[in-house]
Ligand binder design. Structure first.
Ligand code: BGC
Length: 499
């Protein structure tokens, strides 16, 4: 007897009882109710506080970035910027024109796969040579780019999208690699120094003036266009966010400034899986990854992993003989062969026959025998995995906003948003003159995964109340991290002058 058949798609009447039963039990594990998310959000805030304190065993690193204050769009200057986020490296020349305007020239370089696990000096040499090529091709010199007084050295902002414990705006040691990278010689060392050494080795006359995480770059870039930006987040190959914290809440350092941007490193939320609703399919993925037990939350949300979770679920259904008549394919049997992009293509298909899904199954996965019911099940599994990712993303975003409302930078604004599910929803109360809280977001999942943004918004409203969709604006900050790196280099230069 099925307890709540309504969680299955309306077409399930054509499914067999066994198909309904198995798919429903998977759905029950993946569907996250508002109250479950509320409990997670409370725990998230709890772990944020632990991270801001001296607790050594923290899950959330809550890294002070040494960036105080946010751009307001009036900044001017021309900087080199470097963005290493994953397999792509971008070298950019960013001209900040003031008046929220800017110009970007950029060149992407593909990081050869073997460098992801080579000694870090090889990776840094590759980066230094890429910068050298960019400077030569674009005829960049000290007349164009900002440089330190009296020298021809060009100033560069470096966006490095991995967890780094910053010790200054231009220094920080790598805590761990993520997203498939594992280069020896880097963990525990200063990544700015590693890059500067490579630039010196390759005789590239560039000074690394600032180091930022990609989420911080995104926050700064979004803020240049939209001054009320409070969070910068990435939902791409990996996931993370940074936000503006009031200085008095940061117990791990002292600053005279009123506020500082904190890199949360939320991919590592609840690393012991005490609260996260991990399924056997998530555990299998984690165990088989190159960093088991690390960034479990990230592994439930980001583009590097969603396809693999889906593959695990599909294989489970195949092994129980309720999908594709129990037959897999050589491709589907391969680790990581089901790309997150296929999920996007599958979720996009709203036709009645689901023929586009058949094309993905045949052309990408070598599954030639698939019935309409098979395709409905595959689509439903993608929806479960994709929706859970969006709702967990919204849960973390809501937690960060609540932290800002209760203790931090948003506290004095009196936003009519709920700090707790039990709180009254002031639906009738106007939003007054409150300016929307802006969240600058970059990353392929947010940009391209169907309904990701809408699913996040829906969940934000469940947690924060009916004003959330007006008061929390999720905006794309495409390629923001390059612009953000330039803004960080500018902030670093200002700091040096005023010191
Ligand atoms: C890294 C973060 C980064 C995020 C998004 C994670 O794997 O730990 O530092 O911000 O990916 O790129």
């Amino acid at each position: 007897m099925l307890s709540s058949p309504s969680i299955l798609p309306t077409t399930h009447s054509k499914w067999s009882a066994r198909q309904c039963e198995l798919v429903e039990s998977i759905a029950n594990e993946f569907i996250l109710s508002t109250s479950k998310l509320e409990a997670l959000s409370k725990e998230f805030i709890h772990q944020m506080h632990a991270g801001l304190g001296q607790d050594k065993s923290k899950d959330l690193a809550m890294i002070p970035t040494f960036i105080t204050g946010r751009p307001d769009g009036h900044e001017r200057g021309c900087y080199l910027a470097l963005d290493l986020g994953g397999t792509n490296l971008r070298v950019c020349l960013i001209t900040l024109k003031g008046n929220h305007e800017l110009e970007t020239q950029q060149k992407p370089f593909k990081v050869p796969e073997h460098l992801q696990e080579a000694h870090v000096s090889e990776l840094m040499d590759f980066i230094a040579i890429s910068i050298k090529k960019f400077i030569a091709n674009k005829h960049i010199n000290a007349k164009i780019v900002e440089h330190r007084t009296g020298s021809d050295t060009l100033e560069l902002g470096f966006t490095f999208s991995f967890p780094v414990a910053q010790t200054a705006i231009d220094a920080g040691t790598l805590l761990r690699w993520t997203k498939g990278f594992n280069c020896p010689g880097a963990v525990g060392n200063d990544v700015v120094q590693l890059l500067q050494d490579a630039l010196n080795r390759k005789e590239v006359n560039v000074h690394v003036a600032a180091l930022v995480n990609d989420t911080v770059g995104t926050l700064l870039a979004h803020s240049y266009q939209n001054p009320n930006t409070f969070i910068g987040a990435i939902f791409g190959t990996g996931t993370n966010a940074s936000y503006v914290e009031s200085a008095q809440s940061i117990k791990t350092m002292k600053t005279d400034a009123g506020e500082m941007i904190i890199n949360i490193e939320w991919g590592n939320f609840d690393k012991d899986k005490a609260f996260l609703p991990v399924t056997i399919h998530d555990n299998k993925l984690d165990r088989e990854s190159i960093n088991p037990g690390i960034h479990v939350f990230e592994k439930m949300i980001s583009g590097m992993y969603l396809g693999e979770i889906t593959r695990n679920v599909l294989l489970h259904l195949i092994d129980h003989r309720v999908l594709f008549e129990g037959t897999s394919s050589d491709i589907l049997n391969q680790h990581w062969a089901f790309e997150t992009k296929y999920m996007s293509d599958i979720e996009k298909d709203s036709s009645s026959t689901l023929i586009p899904i058949a094309q993905v199954l045949e052309q990408k996965l070598g599954i030639y025998l698939n019935t309409q019911v098979d395709r409905e099940i595959v689509k439903f599994v993608c929806q479960l995995v994709g929706k859970r990712a969006a709702r967990l993303s919204a849960m973390a975003t809501a937690a960060v906003i609540r932290q800002g409302l209760a203790h931090g930078a948003l506290h004095s604004h009196g936003y009519p948003l709920k700090l707790d599910l039990d709180e009254k929803d002031d639906a009738d109360k106007g939003t007054g003159s409150s300016e929307a809280i802006r969240v600058g977001i970059d990353g392929s999942v947010f940009e391209h995964y169907p309904h990701f943004k809408e699913r996040m918004q829906e969940c934000l409203a469940e947690l924060l109340g009916s004003h959330a969709n007006e008061l929390v604006q999720l905006g794309i900050a495409k390629d923001g991290s390059g612009v953000g790196a330039a803004l960080a280099a500018l902030i670093a230069a200002k700091n040096t002058k005023s010191a």
